[in-house]
Design a protein around this ligand. Sequence first.
Ligand code: HEC
Ligand code: HEC
Length: 218
Amino acid sequence: MKKISLAMLAAALVAGSMAVSTAANAQDAKAGEKKVSMCLGCHNIPGYQASFPEIYKVPKIAGQSAKYIVSALTAYKKGDRRHPSMRAIATSLSDQDMADVAAYYEQLEKSPAVPVEVGAPPAQVAKLLAQANCASCHGKNFSTPIDPGYPKLAGQYADYLYVALKAYQTEHNPRIGRNNPIMMGMARPFTHPEIKALANYLSSLPSELKSVQLPEFR
Ligand code: HEC
Ligand code: HEC
C-alpha cells in the first residue's frame, strides 16, 4: 500500500512538473514572438545570404532545439563564437530574451520528426563520419542529438555547415572562429574538401530545420 502511494506521488510530481515546464515554454514562445523582430530580416528569409567571412546562407534555426539556440547565443555573447554581427545581436539579449526567442524558434512551424534511419552515405563520407564518430553525439539521422544542447545538423544549409566547421579550426582571429573544445577537436583533422563533403552529405538528409518566411516578409 505504501509502495503504491509513493509511486502515485512520484507520478503526480512528474506530471506536475511537466505541466509547469510545458506552460513555461508556451509562455516563453509567446513572449519570444514579440522579441524576434530583430531576427526576422536574416533568419526568416529562406536562402538569405551573409557575406562574412564569406558568402553563405544564414542558418536555419526554426525547429532547432531551444536549449541549443540558447547555448549558441550565449557563445556569441561571451565571444566564444566570434562572428561580429551575431555577437552584437546576442550582446543585446538578456538571459530571459534568449530563452524566449529560443522557445519561439523551436516551435515555429514545427516539422514532424524525421525517420530514425537514413540512407547510407557515399563511401568516402562514411569513412569521414566514422573517423570522428559524428553520429555518437549528433544522432544516427543527425536530427536526434544525444543532448538538446547539441545541434541538429540534418538539412542545414551546406554552405553554412562548411563555414561553421572551418570556424572550429580557426584560432587567434578576433573576428572568425569558435572556441568549443569538443568540436575544435572533432574538426581539426579534416581538410577543407573533406569538410565540404561532410557538409554536403549532412545537408542532403531529411530535416526538421526550416527557414520560415513570415507573412509580413512575403
Ligand atoms: C544580420 C543578419 C542576422 C540577424 C539580424 C540575426 N542573425 Fe543569427 N545568424 C546570422 C548569421 C550570419 C549566423 C551564422 C554566424 C556564424 O557563422 O557563426 C547566425 C547564427 C545564429 C545562430 C546559431 C545557429 C547555429 O546553428 O548554430 C543562432 C541561434 C542565431 N543566429 C539566432 C539569432 C536570433 C535569435 C536573432 C535575433 C535576436 C538573430 N540571430 C539575428 C545572421 C543574423
Ligand atoms: C562528442 C560529441 C560530438 C561529436 C563526436 C561531434 N560533435 Fe559536432 N557538435 C557537438 C557540440 C556540443 C556542438 C555545439 C558546439 C558549439 O556550441 O559551438 C557541435 C556542433 C557542430 C556543428 C555546428 C552546427 C551549427 O549549427 O552551427 C557542426 C557542423 C558539427 N558539430 C558537425 C560535426 C561533425 C561533422 C562531426 C564528426 C566529424 C561532429 N560534429 C562530431 C558535439 C559533437
